[in-house]
Design a protein around this ligand. Sequence first.
Ligand SMILES: [Zn+2]
Ligand SMILES: [Zn+2]
Length: 763
Amino acid sequence: MLNRVLVGTPANEDPLTHYAELPARAARFADWPQWAHPAAVRALDEAGVRRPWTHQAEAASIAASGRNVVVSTGTASGKSLGYQLPILTALAVHPRATALYLAPTKALGADQLRSAQELTDSENDLRAIYPCSYDGDTPTEVRQWARANARWIFTNPDMLHVGILRGHERWAPFLRNLRYVVIDECHYYRGVFGSNVALVVRRLRRLCARYGADPVFVLASATTSEPGAAASRLIGAPCEEVVDDGSPHGPRTVALWEPPLLQHVTGENGAPIRRSAGSEASRIMADLVVEGARTVTFVRSRRGAELTALGTQRLLAEVDPDLPERVAAYRAGYLAEDRRELEAALADGTLLGAATTNALELGVDIAGLDAVVVAGFPGTVASFWQQAGRSGRRGEGSLVLLVARDDPLDTYLVHHPAALLDKPVEATVTDPTNPYVLGPQLLCAAMELPLSDDEVRAFGAWDVLTELAEHGLIRRRGHGWFVGAETNPHAALNIRGGIGMQVAIVDGGSGRMLGTSDAAKAPSTVYPGAVHIHQGESFVVDELDLDDGIALVHPENPDWTTSAREVTDIVIEDWLEQSTFGEVTVGLVRVEVSNQVIGYLRKLHSGEIVDAVDLDMPVQRLDTRAVVYTVTPELLMRAGIPPDRFPGSLHAAEHAAIGLLPLVATCDRWDIGGVSTALHRDTGLPTVFVYDGHQGGAGFADRGHAEIVRWLDATREAIDSCECTAGCPSCVQSPKCGNGNHPLDKDGAVLLLTAVLLELRSP
Ligand SMILES: [Zn+2]
Ligand SMILES: [Zn+2]
């Protein structure tokens, strides 16, 4: 298949940067464990599982012995069995025992519920388990029934927070008998959302303890670095990991692809730009469909998915008038019927090609494709493998092709395949100690049950509590801390909503609320003129009113995307960690960042810049954490950088470092920002900061600090391996630079980073 794609490539282009043949892997089976209940084994057997794979049996047995476990293996490796077997066994043996299942998305929860219902329907001993969903869509009568009868509840962290924990008295029998808690796709819980979920889980464990229960946690994760450590951080208790995947797959070819530089088009400051990943993917998918290969292309936005499908259809029309209708854009959000229809059409071959957004990634039953095209790195290595895992019919070869976007991280990955193909280095990042996250959570906990001093310490929240008490939000009475009955901390806290005051994003025509943005981030995300993507649909912002906390938008599909340009100032408040290596000092610091959006850039899908629009937005202050390094001017000069090139070299190194941080921490480049200066007033030296864009920090800067050598090394490599001469969007240009990407010194950045790494590595 790769050959077909290469044959279709124009002769003067050489986009293939690497390919690897991943050999087929044979299944490794285990016996059904001794402890498993015969009814559970029969039910699973009837569902098609003759014998468990080794990782399934291992995870299930760890859980059954009462220890928390995370199973971190590939897509379609049957992670569910790891919790189904111990739960069905415990619930069959103990007639009152209960279990709780948490999913990050509705689609995934619905699929898992259906599977649990089929398993429990087939056996008499399991029938009294009554798996049932309990979420925002569940009608009131069903909720009452579920509380009274269901012994296996399927819900999400939002509903656990606002429904179950807040009204826990009504759930007392369920919580008292709770044996297992499942957290599915747990790598999804990262950043501020992940930190909130971690605290919701701590609140659940605390209430269970009061009712005399101590449930075992079973987590399922995509393949990430250190899954056990991330899971422990999420549940606040030790967690073992199972990573040795016993499931089979056919041979796979993974190809990495870098679209060529465009011939007659240039970008900002005359920089070369690449053909877009989307149009390159159209051509590739057309070649594959002609070959009869069932192909799915993953694209970052719905608009992009539509353009890619359209491009493919246009190319196919030239070959065979019947082919275009066998390609579709999949734009159906999360509706179950639509998903089933697409799954069926792809499974029976009616549809040969589909372009879709990353929305398809979770909870969709598509496997066994001949080819998967990933147009633009999806943000995390875990997501990439989740998408790639859709390919491969049993026993037959398949193709996975990553098409790079014009971006430093994509550039790095297509030139350094080990970062993608070998053991991942990115870890799922959360920070449950962030005071901005902790404060509202502590109020919820105190509302649920008065907090003892010991519990406050266990949350690591003494300082936060003191501050809440000073503001009269929490009071000591007798031995505990209380919140007033008149307050409603649960309603005030949206665990997916970010931190602090929120701005509502509203469609001015229909009045529909699309979502929210942190007030602190709103000026850089929903400024007037911004193109706002909501679940793949495109809107343009008409007005942002920060006083009323509202952004008005209207549906519109312009040909361009927008990115805010901001100027930033940073002040060090405190050094949390500091180490010196010769003439380089690195540290983790508490900082105050002042940000001002001064305009935005409009860019065509082809990468061409339309124009830059000026804006005058208020200054925003952010209290957060940053990873920082300083160098001496002497070191820079010895490295061959004269003082007049200091600013450009530091600036270029900063931009690329922001682009590469997602390699070691699960964040988006929009979650972080940076500042570089040839003389910072707090350090007195040339300094580079990369800061966390969330109030209090979400753990991204901490992770950059912990992995600084790996991170800066990748940054240096990304710049060095870019074929441009003086800097481009694939290496050192940043779409959000407030200084119009000026000055930028590409060569200076490589010299700087080489010198810094030499110091960091010398004993
Ligand atoms: Zn470049
Ligand atoms: Zn900049």
